[in-house]
Each structure stands twice: as structure tokens, then as C-alpha cells.
Design a protein around this ligand. Sequence first.
Ligand SMILES: [Mg+2]
Length: 509
Amino acid sequence: MSMSISKRLTGIAWASLLTVVAVSAAAVVWRSLVVPALVVDTIASALTLALTTGRLKALREQAFVHEHESLHDPVTELPNRTLFHQQACQALSAARRREATCAVMLLDLDRFKEINDTLGHHEGDLLLHQVAARLRGALRAGDLCARLGGDEFAVLAVDVDSEEDAFLLAQRLRRELARSIDLAGISLETEASIGLSLSPEQGTDVEQLLRQADVAMYGAKRQHLGVDLYSEAADEGARARLELLSQLRAAIAEGQLVVHYQPKVAAQSGLVRGFEALVRWEHPTRGLLYPDQFVGLAENTGLMRLLTSHVLDLALRQCRAWRDAGHGSLTVAVNISTRNLLDGALPGEVARRLEAHSLPASALELEITETTLMVDPIRAKAVLSELAQLGVGIAIDDFGTGYTSLSWLCELPVTTLKIDKSFVMRMTDRSEDAAIVRSSVQLAGNLGLSVVAEGVEDSDAWHGLAELGCDYLQGYYFSRPQPAAAIETWLAQQRERDPELGPIARAAA
Ligand SMILES: [Mg+2]
């Protein structure tokens, strides 16, 4: 019994000893595993924290860059429209509390597209950058300046004393820009048109003030004023122009656009040789509208192609009708705009329309002004060359009023010079104008071009121009531009006269 008790006690002792050993071993293992794990964990936490902090910092920096980029123009580093709106709202409400006047200005560079197209976008961007720097330099502390897009900049001038003060500041900005800027080795003088709108007199809402300044800027540009202040009358004019533009597409589709024709006569005989097609809009409520009232509006839209196609079609159809009626090989001249001239599809369209009306290319002359040519001379030359290859005549319209270099003129496939009517009309009174007409006729002769004088209003001018060697004449003395039906009557009268009897008598009546 005692033996068995003693064995049991020994067993317990061994079990206890083993338990202690096991627990101690477990503690050692625990210590060897858990303690380093804690250390690793702490290090990991510290690392994670460091990484997270770095990441957050990078994210914060990224967000800042994104925000900056979303609120600034990348070319000039100026605020963009969104930021200008925010800053101007704050500045205007602060000014209202001070009862101060502010001026919102909208500034648009004249001829920027020309510079961009001629020198390239890189140079265009450099110019914008320099313009921005000059604007910033000319503004006062507290004034805001932003680039709204393209060549359009906005300025908010705070605390202007008066309307006159705002004008003076705008003039200063224009003068700053007018100082020549060196670009690709070319010295450029940048002209700008500025529209002004005053707050609170003319409004307190930024977008409204900007819109008003835009209306004023458009007026300044159109009338070559440099700077103009918004007025309700100008706004009505702008509204009316926009309304016209919105009606133009339907007007073309509905046949409200018609063509009037002005005869072009041979200078020696006075016999009609062709007509210039001049577009008119028979507006249902405004009466007869002339090209200067709507063509300019279409020029900056896709409507220009539609408008020219329409006129081209009507003119060629009429030319076909004259030829079918036995009026000989009368020609027709159609005026084309800058947009048309830069349209690579124009030669193809001209060819198709000539074919559709069974007319030879020699029946058509296209009239282009010098200004039109100079917008993108390289592209213009390519399109003109294609047209000339068809056999279409190319006339330089309003010759003498633009800046075409003579060497450039020689490189173009031009067939005719049309001397601007302003010189012709003044040539009997002013020797300078007579000299311009005489030189133009000589130049045309030396270059092998035919020459048309426009604006012939009396028989003295006719005979003078015939003596100088002009080939063709156009003007009220022979006939005003008239609708096709009236031209039919005019042509019938012409046919009654015997060409053998010499120059026709006055036909304007
Ligand atoms: Mg013309």
C-alpha cells in the first residue's frame, strides 16, 4: 500500500516537474517568438506610418498640382476662367462693401490667328506668354488677370475712380502690347481690342460683366476703336447680329439668299463681257440685306462653305441660262472668303459644279481680296494653284487696299487685278489716286494680267481708263448690281445695239 502511495507521489512529482519544464520551455519559446514579433510589428507600424505620411504628402502635392493645373492656363500660367470667376466674385463683393467701382475688361488680340497660322503654334504660344507678362506688369496690385482661351484675356481692375480712369488703364494695356515683341527673328507689334464693363453701374455678376465686356470688345474691334465701353445699344446690335446668324442656315435652305449681277464691260467697246455675282439676303422682315451685314457673321462658322456653295451654284446656273439664251460666252465672277480659300475641298467642288452646269472653267472667275490671301499664304497658294489648273480665272479684288507684296503676287496663279473703286472714283480729282490707277494698269500689263477698274461712275472716267489701257470696267455708269430678271431686260437692250456702231451709250438708266 505504502509502496503504491510512494509510486503515485513520485509520479505526481515527475508530472509536476515535467509541467514546470514544459511551461518554462513554452515561456522561452514564447519569448523568443513573441518579443521579436512585437519588435517587428512596431518597426512595421513605424514603416507603414512613414510610408503613409510620405504617400499622403505625395498625394497632397499631386492634388495641389492638379488643382493648380485645373485653375491655371498652362501656356501663360495665368488663372483660367474658373479661377478668374472665383477671384472676381470675391473682389467684386469686397469692392461693393467699400462702395468702390471696378472695371471688367475683355481683351482680344487682333490678327492673332494670322500670326499663329503663319509662324506656327509654338511661336503663337510664345507670343501669348509675352502678352501675359506685359499685362501682369502693367496692372496694379489687386487687379486680376486671366486667360479665358485662345487669344482672349480678362482683367478685373479694382477701385477705378471713374469711367475715364478705366479707359486710361485699358489704353495703357494696349500701349504695353503695342511695343514690338521679337518672335522667331520677326519684330511684331501686337494690337488688341478691349471691351469694358463697369461694376456696379452695369452689373454685379461676373459672367454678366464679362458678356457685356465681350459685346463692347466686339464693337471696338469692328469699328477699330481700340477700347470701347459697353452700352445697351451695342448689345442690341450684337443680339441682332446673333439672331441673323441663327436665321442664316434656314434662309439659305428657303432660298432667301439671292444673287444680283453687275455687268463687267470691255473698256474699249463698252460691250458686256461678264458679270460679278453679289449675294443679297431677301430677309422676310428686314428687307434686302447686303453682304457686309451677314457674310462676316458666317465667316467664322461652318456656314461660310454652305453660303459660298449656294452662291456658286446660283451664279453658274445663271451663267448657263445666259449662254443658252444666246448672249454669247458671258462669264461670271464669284467672291470667295478666307475660309473658302483655306478649304482644300473648294477646287473639287468648283469642278463638280462647273460640270453640273456644263460650263467650261473659263466661264468662272473667283475674286479674292489681298487680305484673304495673306491669312495663310502657303495654303492659299496651294488651293489657288489647284483652281488655276482647272482653268478658272483668279482675280485680286480691291487691289491697292491691302498689303500684298508684289513678289508674292507674281508667285500666285492670278489672272486679273481689280483696281479698288476708291482710287477710280477719286482719280479725276486727286493726282495721287490717278497715279495709283496708272501704276496698277502698268503693273498688270507687265505681269500679263488683265485689269478691271471698279467704281466707274461717268463717261470721263470710262474714257480715261480706256486710254490708260484698262481691259474691263465695272460701275454704276454701266449698271448697278441687279436681280437676274432685271439683267435679262438690260441684256435685251444691249443686244439691240449693233456692236459695229462702236461703244454702247449710257446704259445705267
Ligand atoms: Mg468683288
